[in-house]
Each structure stands twice: as C-alpha cells, then as structure tokens.
Design a binder for this molecule. Structure first.
Ligand SMILES: *Cc1c(COP(=O)(O)O)cnc(C)c1O
Length: 385
C-alpha cells in the first residue's frame, strides 16, 4: 500500500486552479512595465477595503511593515507602551519594539488563544498609547471589551489581523474592529501573495492620508517630506496577483471551515477528544479548537492541544503528515525580549499553549480522505500509548 502523504500546506493545488487568470494579471503588469503603485495597487486597495468593509486600505510591503506604519500613524513614539499578546508570531511585538516603544504583554484566554481582555486594565499606565490585539489563527479577539477599555483610556487599537482576513466578530469584519487593521499576504496566509506583501485598513480619512505618506518616505508632495516614513510600498505585481486571489477568498475560507467541521466529527467518532482540564491532568487525547466569539473563524491554522504533543509531532511527521508547532516559545521568553524583565511563569496560559498546541493541515484543497488519514494516525498514536 502506498502511503498517503498530507502536507501541512500545498500551494500548488491552489495555483493550478487559477493559473491562467494569475498569468494574465502578471502579464498585464509586465507589458505595462509599471511596477510601483499606480492603478494595479489602487484597484487592489479598493477591493480590499470593500472586502474588509472599511473606507480605506493601503497596500504595504509586508504584514510586519503594516504593523509598523499603523503604529507610526497611531502616533506611538519611543518610550510609549503598547499592550499585546505574548503568544503570537514574533512580528506582533517586534514591530512595537522596532519603533522604540515597549511591548507590554497580557496573558491569553485558554480557549481562543487570544488576549484576555479582563487582564488588560491592570497593565494600563500613563505611558500606554495603544492596544494591539491579535486575531490568532483566524479568530477575532474579544473586541467589544477591548474597545470599551480603549475608549475609557483614550487608546488606539491596532488589530494584528495578519492571520484573519475575512474573520468576523458580531457581524463586522476584521480590519474594521479598531483604528487600524493590519494584514499580511505572506504566502501561507489565507490570502497569500507570490512573495511578501501586506495592507493596512482604516475608516479615518486623515489616517489614510498619513499611511499613504508614511509608505512613501513621509512624502506629502514630490520630494517634500512631512514625516519620517520609509519605503513600505506593495509591489504592483503582488497587488495584481492578490486581486485575482481575493475573488476566491470566501470560497477558500468556507472550505477551511468545512475541513474543521470534518475534523471535529471524525475526532469525536474516534472518542479521543478530551476536556482541557483533563488534558492538563494527563488524559490521553486532544482538545479541539473552539469558536469562542460570535462570528466567523477563517482557520488560517487548525490548532489542537495534544497530550504528548512533541511525540505526536514526531509520530505524524514520520508518516508524511505535515504538522507544526505555533508557537513553541512565548515572546516574553525570547532572548531579544529579556530586557523587558518578564519571567517564565508570568503568562501561564500562553506558556501552556506553547507546550500543548499543534497545527494540523487545514488548507482548502485537502480531501476528506486526507483528513481521515490524519485523524486515524492521531487515534493510532493514542491507542499505542
Ligand atoms: C504573518 C504574521 C505577521 C507578519 O507578517 P509578514 O507578512 O510575514 O511580515 C504578523 N503577525 C502575525 C500574527 C502573523 O501571523
């Protein structure tokens, strides 16, 4: 019997299905030899603003740069504090630190992996300028509570929606839930470019103008610089490719959600789903991801919590089943953030997630057979234990 392999992500499948359309879009840019900003970028920005249900969108060079220019536009300066999650991709906190501000961590909620709004208030000081919630893995953070706090303390909200394009919270789209929404089009994101790209959304016309200036060296008029911006432009080629892909994004998100549903049914059939408390007490099995907020989860990642996580990872990889750990080390434990003074144990929920979480394949083109294969392998692992 040949072994069925299941990659964590297979972008070739997606490309095969839309190859002609993409090639046409790329040819259009190549024929025009117009690579910097211009109509391709404007058209893509308009389509993104419509999709995110915001007034404006500004294409930038990456998700990391989206966070950096949103922080600059929000007026965050050296010495200011920005509250965020310690359990996220590195760029969330590094963007804050890169502009000289201080990332201040607040632990996450166990079920959603997102910042715990009830723990934010005690971290707010006179230096706090903004909150940067992350909609991790494709599910929105508890934005009503976060907006209440921000309103009360006059703070800006910068959503790190890099993994959550199309995610919804009480009927609103990610990117429209704060002052700025930051997106990444890194190839493995739900809307992935052919290289690096990103985007910032906003509903404020003044902020829109500021973001556009910041992306072009702070230029307000040719060779007249009002601000210290940088080169944070999106490539026209990326914009052209991404505009084609954007048309398919909802269909892909639906397939991801269907895959998640199938995982849920199959894991339950196998009887290896355990409760979170029981997992902590040593029960064999897995905890499935939960939809915690009223809204739409877009499953950029499908994250289970697993007993014997590291052994399970090796077991699956040995059978050509793609899986990975997001994230093995919380940000307060990273070497470069030791100067912040946080210690191991300060964010126990995040640290536990780093020990237990495992990403399984969830990409839209997965077949039911492949999903069954993954569930069967995990079931066999626990039967052998
Ligand atoms: C991917 C990602 C980023 C950074 O995006 P890049 O395009 O890789 O710079 C930031 N935050 C989160 C949560 C991400 O997943």
């Amino acid at each position: 019997m040949t072994q069925l392999s299941v990659p964590l992500l297979d972008l070739k499948e997606q490309y095969r299905a839309i190859r002609e359309e993409i090639r046409e879009a790329m040819d259009r840019v190549c024929d025009a030899q117009a690579f910097i900003l211009g109509k391709e970028v404007e058209d893509f920005e308009k389509a993104c603003a419509k999709y995110c249900r915001t007034k404006y969108a500004v294409g930038v060079s990456s998700g990391t740069d989206a966070l950096i220019i949103a922080l600059l536009a929000a007026g965050v300066k050296a010495g200011d504090e920005v509250i965020t999650s310690p359990y996220t991709f590195f760029a969330t906190a590094s963007s804050i630190a890169r502009i000289g501000a201080r990332p201040v961590f607040v632990d996450i909620e166990e079920k959603s992996f997102n910042i715990d709004p009830s723990a934010i208030a005690k971290k707010i000081t006179t230096k706090t300028k903004a909150i940067m919630p992350v909609h991790l893995y494709g599910q929105a953070a508890q934005m009503d509570e976060i907006n209440d706090l921000a309103g009360k303390h006059n703070l800006k909200i910068i959503e790190d929606a890099c993994q959550a394009i199309g995610a919804e919270y009480r009927g609103k789209r990610s990117g429209s839930l704060g002052d700025f929404g930051c997106f990444s089009f890194f190839p493995s994101k739900n809307l992935g470019g052919f290289g690096d790209a990103g985007l910032v959304t906003t509903n404020s016309e003044a902020d829109y103008k500021l973001l556009k200036a910041l992306r072009m060296h702070g230029e307000v008029e040719r060779y007249h610089h009002a601000y210290l911006g940088g080169n944070f432009r999106i490539d026209a080629l990326q914009a052209a490719v991404l505009r084609v892909k954007l048309q398919y994004l909802d269909k892909w998100a639906m397939k991801r959600a269907q895959n998640a549903q199938l995982y849920r049914e199959l894991f339950n059939e196998q009887g290896i789903v355990v409760r979170s408390n029981d997992l902590d007490k040593g029960s064999n099995g897995v905890v499935l991801p939960e939809i915690v907020v009223a809204g739409r989860h877009v499953y950029n990642q499908y994250i289970i919590r697993a007993q014997h996580r590291n052994d399970l990872l090796k077991y699956l990889q040995a059978q050509q089943i793609g899986c990975n750990i997001y994230y093995p080390l919380c940000l307060h434990e990273q070497q470069c953030f030791q100067y912040l003074g946080d210690k191991k144990g300060d964010y126990p929920v995040g640290e536990k997630a780093a020990q237990q979480s495992l990403a399984l394949p969830i990409y839209p083109e997965l077949t039911a057979e492949q999903i069954k294969h993954v569930v069967n392998a995990i079931t066999a692992f626990y039967r052998e234990k």
